[in-house]
Design a protein around this ligand. Structure first.
Ligand code: HEM
Length: 484
């Protein structure tokens, strides 16, 4: 009996050694960046706190350096930490590392649209969308006016709260939601509109769910966890509902499309679809347009809305910052007109506060996952094709040298000794690299600064704040885009 026990123990021991040696062979067959030894099936999950992955990355970077390898389940992943490594990856290797790592909760968007597209049509969809957002009447002036036209609606809704406590989530969210909805499909939601609220609730819920431990785990083990009950089902349903909404808008537009009079972004894409050079492209479909619109609707609304909400929270916590900001708003904009882009030049403090809010709230600390498009030599290592690459952004935004005392909210991080705005190349809240970086950057200035000045002005400005009329909106809703 004892002999049998010893034999079994020996066999188990040998099998374990064999497994480790096979695993080591696979693992060391590439010149991968260093990293903790992965276990079969779960990889390096034990090294990660799924509730705070960015913090785990920072700890691992202390041990393995700014470029390290991790296995999330069986998915090989290279994490880049710190200014030099992230910049090198996003700028010097922008062609090699601009694929998109898969996010399974967005399966419905797979290989379609912009954000979650890793397929053959991504580049063209992105290029076409950017061209339209930039050139076709949605460039600087057009967007400035759009944002300015929205401000009275926001102020009116704020006034409606009559100084009582209120939840600002949807009220603030309607402003960016309407600006982007106007560009995409010429829609303006009333601030009590149920569909507008519903869309915002879905965006908001998805953003929150994406950072939960369960969704991170689901992304690592989608096939094991898919059929279990859990919040991934909610997320999948939400993604599908948003896409149904944008699909309905696209079909509506298709029915009333007039080639001589494109009304918005959706019309422009529908007209491209009719062109010969795209009509034969298998990726350019109505579904691709619906997903592109959904990507922009979600990304354009939730990011700006969350930034505004957290911005207000920060100002409540730092009344001395709000006071200085308010002084500058009163001095430059005054009580009787709406903020304009040109004001930014004379408002270094506002510029610094908005940058500091974006730095401090660290909206996407681990960026969106990239993927290596080809075997890539990086600092003497090889990052094999198909490896997920994570160019962390918090490692730049919280760099101790660039932003001394980084955990404290200090607009001075972006001001020089003369009180002028100080640019920092470490400010990469929108990522970088032209290939994959944030599409919202085509918007004039920093998107959140406009509505922020209006909100600050209203909340702290007293009764004499100018409130232009919101009557007659949307103006000439049937008119065509003026191509500028
Ligand atoms: C506070 C505002 C915003 C922040 C902090 C932000 C941040 C980001 C970041 C970090 C990425 C990932 C880039 C990468 O993969 O390297 C991204 C991607 C993207 N953003 Fe934004 N964004 C903001 C506003 C917007 C707006 C207003 C829009 C649209 C109108 C937008 C549309 C997109 C799209 C479409 C992508 C995917 C780009 C691609 O995969 O090619 N974002 N954003």
């Amino acid at each position: 009996m004892a002999a049998l026990g010893i034999t079994v123990a020996l066999l188990v021991w040998m099998a374990t050694l064999m497994l480790i040696s096979i695993w080591k062979q696979i693992y060391s067959s590439w010149k991968l960046p260093p990293g903790p030894f992965p276990l079969p099936i779960i990889g390096n999950l034990l090294q990660l706190d799924l509730k705070n992955v960015p913090k785990s990355f920072a700890k691992l970077a202390e041990r393995y350096g700014p470029v390290f390898t991790l296995y999330l389940g069986s998915q090989r992943t290279v994490v880049l930490h710190g200014y030099k490594a992230v910049k090198e990856a996003l700028l010097d290797h922008k062609n090699d590392l601009s694929g998109r790592g898969e996010i399974f909760a967005f399966q419905l968007h797979k290989d379609r649209g912009i954000t979650f597209n890793n397929g053959p049509g991504w580049k063209d969809t992105r290029r076409l969308s950017l061209t339209m957002l930039r050139d076709f009447g949605m460039g600087k002036r057009g967007n400035e006016e759009r944002i300015q036209r929205e401000i009275p609606f926001l102020l009116e809704a704020l006034r409606g709260t009559r100084g009582q406590p209120f939840d600002p989530t949807f009220l603030l969210g309607f402003a960016p939601c309407n600006v982007i909805a106007d560009i995409l499909f010429r829609k303006h939601f009333d601030y009590t509109d149920e569909t507008g609220r519903r869309m915002q609730r879905l965006f908001n819920e998805n953003f929150r769910l994406l950072s939960t431990g369960w969704l991170q785990l689901y992304n690592i083990f989608p096939s094991y966890l898919h059929y279990l009950p859990g919040s991934h089902w909610k997320m999948l349903r939400n993604v599908s509902e948003i896409k149904d909404y944008t699909s309905a808008r696209v079909k509506e537009h298709q029915r009333s499309l007039d080639a001589g009079c494109p009304r918005d972004f959706t019309d422009c894409l529908l007209l491209e679809l009719q062109k010969e050079r795209y009509s034969s492209e298998p990726w350019f479909t109505l579904d691709n347009i619906a997903v592109t619109v959904a990507d922009l609707f979600f990304a354009g609304t939730e990011t700006t809305s969350t930034t505004l909400r957290y911005g207000l929270l920060v100002l409540m916590k730092y009344p001395e910052v709000e006071e200085k900001l308010h002084e500058e708003i009163d001095r430059v904009i005054g009580p009787s007109r709406i903020p304009a882009i040109k004001d930014r030049l004379e408002m270094p403090y506002m510029d610094a506060v908005v940058h500091e809010i974006q730095r401090f709230i660290d909206l996407l600390p681990s960026n969106l996952p990239h993927e290596a498009n080809r075997d890539t030599v990086f600092r003497g290592y090889i990052i094999p094709k198909g490896t997920v690459v994570i160019p962390t952004l918090d490692s730049l935004l919280f760099d101790k040298q660039e932003f001394p005392d980084p955990e404290t909210f200090k607009p001075e991080h972006f001001l020089n000794e003369n009180g002028k705005f100080k640019y920092s190349d470490y400010f990469k809240a929108f990522s970088a690299g032209k290939k994959r970086e944030d599409v919202g950057r085509v918007f004039p200035g920093n998107c959140p600064s406009f509505p922020l000045s209006a909100v600050v002005k209203h909340l702290y400005g007293g009764p004499d704040v100018f409130l232009p009329s919101t009557e007659g909106w949307p103006p000439h809703s049937e008119s065509c885009l003026s191509f500028s």
